[in-house]
Design a protein around this ligand. Structure first.
Ligand SMILES: C[S@@+](CC[C@H](N)C(=O)[O-])C[C@H]1O[C@@H](n2cnc3c(N)ncnc32)[C@H](O)[C@@H]1O
Length: 227
């Protein structure tokens, strides 16, 4: 399918199936969100009749909510800096960084529906975010000074690739912050805790109503090793 047509369809799909509402733990930001995940998931599979990923973009994940709260309450973390929001989903963290005064914000995603959602959500919040479709995990973070990643340690395959990417960036001098609600594949020994929150989440997605969520800073090596 032609790229522009795909992009227009993606935008229309987001507008049709998600509605603009404040984020539970970061009400300063409004996002196109779905009320419940299952119907939308079936719809994305059905509409595009392919190997569509689940509609991650339609929800504010606990890790992203915690990280967006942290950036909003500590704007000095990003103010005046070039920021990369990795695996941006709805764009929540990217939008929080732009609102907090980041010089530039690049938001990268592999799901083109998410890229459409990020563009709509940035516009709804009156900020500019460069939304980019692609997988950069085997590359580098270019000139990013601060890298933000919300809820990216949810699968082993993703976690391994993300960690390698983030470590390369941190060793190159970038500040790397991660928001995580205790996902199984977060290598905690590599991180220093900056803040912790009780974040409201969708019970249909998480089986609980609140997730203890930590904002971590990635260290460049494990304590006591050069690794
Ligand atoms: C659990 S969601 C978190 C989204 C957002 N950061 C938040 O906290 O709300 C994980 C996101 O990672 C994206 N993703 C998965 N693999 C990726 C990759 N290789 N590059 C970029 N994004 C990726 C998914 O499409 C999904 O939107």
């Amino acid at each position: 399918m032609d790229n522009r047509l795909m992009s227009a369809l993606s935008t229309a799909f987001v507008q049709l199936h998600a509605r603009l509402a404040p984020v539970a733990f970061v009400p300063e930001v409004r996002l196109h969100q779905a009320d419940e995940p299952i119907g939308l998931w079936e719809l994305t599979e059905g509409e595009f009749r392919s190997d569509r990923p689940p509609p991650f973009w339609a929800f504010a994940w606990a890790g992203g909510q915690g990280l967006a709260r942290y950036v909003t309450d500590h704007p000095e973390t990003v103010a005046g800096h070039r920021v990369l929001d990795l695996a941006t989903g709805s764009g929540l963290v990217a939008i929080a960084a732009a609102r907090a005064g980041a010089a530039t914000v690049r938001a990268v995603e592999i799901d083109e529906l998410a890229v459409a959602a990020v563009a709509l959500n940035a516009e709804a919040n009156g900020v500019h975010v460069d939304a980019e479709h692609g997988d950069i995990l085997d590359g580098d973070a270019r000139d990013a000074e601060v890298i933000l990643a919300g809820d990216v340690f949810y699968s082993e395959a993703m976690a391994n690739r993300v960690l390698r990417f983030l470590l390369r960036a941190a060793r190159g001098g970038a500040t790397v912050l991660v928001g995580d609600p205790g996902r199984a594949f977060l290598p905690r020994e590599r991180f220093t805790e900056l803040a912790a929150y009780q974040v409201p989440v969708s019970a249909a997605l998480e089986s609980v109503r609140v997730k203890h969520t930590t904002v971590w800073r990635l260290r460049t090596s494990r304590p006591g090793t050069a690794d």
